[in-house]
Design a binder for this molecule. Structure first.
Ligand SMILES: O=C(O)c1ccccc1NCC(=O)[C@H](O)[C@H](O)COP(=O)(O)O
Length: 266
């Protein structure tokens, strides 16, 4: 791990302590993954901004909890044009579950990311998904081993970074799908300039996501101008009409008249 635990927000220390205690699956998984880079290319070809919409019932920085069925939320996101979905499986701090992911993946045909704090190889075997999140900051020297272990099971690893140094670690580990998290997991502050700082160092052949803190179409365009191939958006989609919210980001590069019409239909 790159940070000492004392440097992290109490909520993140609690998340990590819980993650360490969670077991994995009994059997090594073998996943037939839906291609995320192909889904991103298809969205671009159709004029949709590639959005990974996150089923995020709650979080340490969210008030309250959305109690809707994750499958209903997922279907709304897909009908709003989402390219892929992210489903929290972390139970204690995000209200997620492996069962929610399993049901969502059965119900939709887009790639689905398992969003969790995976620290050990056996934890990869908990539930099938098309992509699995690996956080560079938390995996430290184990990152490369975990990227290989995820690929060996058929997952597409999404390696999350927060700095240029972590981006180098991700590339050294062979990551091909990389997310730059605008949320600093040490302080839980969001700063969109994080993506703008890190993105120029990413090679063109990497599929690059801007994660966290995108709340408006203007911010979506800002991340795309800075080089984001796709946007991972949770809170701003979960807050209110999930389908309309997704559509607002998916259409954010269409004309401003289109966007205004979409926004006034909410
Ligand atoms: O979202 C949180 O409050 C949070 C707190 C502590 C660790 C991680 C956290 N979020 C994880 C995420 O990566 C986000 O859920 C995801 O990027 C979507 O972010 P947003 O669009 O800002 O909800």
């Amino acid at each position: 791990m790159n940070d000492t635990e004392e440097e992290m927000a109490p909520a993140v220390r609690s998340i990590l302590a819980a993650a360490r205690g969670r077991s994995g699956g009994d059997t090594r998984l073998s996943v037939d993954a839906r291609s995320f880079p192909e889904a991103v290319a298809a969205a671009e070809a159709e004029g949709r901004v590639p959005v990974v919409a996150e089923v995020k019932p709650t979080s340490p920085t969210t008030d309250g909890r959305v109690e809707s069925d994750p499958v209903d939320l997922a279907r709304e996101m897909v009908s709003g044009g989402a390219t892929a979905l992210s489903v929290l499986t972390e139970p204690e701090h995000f209200g997620g579950s492996p069962d929610a992911l399993r049901r969502v993946r059965e119900a939709v045909d887009v790639p689905v990311l398992r969003k969790d704090f995976v620290l050990h190889e056996a934890q990869l075997d908990l539930v099938e998904a098309d992509l699995v999140l690996l956080i560079a900051r938390f995996l430290g020297e184990d990152l490369s081993t975990m990227v290989d272990a995820a690929r060996a099971r058929g997952f597409q690893p999404l390696v999350e970074v927060h700095s240029r140094a972590e981006l180098r670690d991700a590339l050294d580990a062979g990551a091909e799908i990389i997310g730059v998290n605008n949320r600093d997991l040490a302080r839980l502050e969001v700063d969109l300039s994080t993506f703008e700082r890190v993105a120029p160092d990413a090679p063109d052949d990497v599929t690059l996501l801007a994660e966290s803190g995108v709340t408006t179409p203007d911010e979506a365009r800002r991340m795309r101008r800075a080089g984001a191939d796709a946007l991972l958006i949770g809170s701003a989609i979960m807050d209110g009409d999930v389908r309309a919210n997704t559509e607002r980001f998916v259409r954010s590069e269409r004309t401003r008249t289109d966007e205004t019409n979409t926004e006034t239909t909410q």
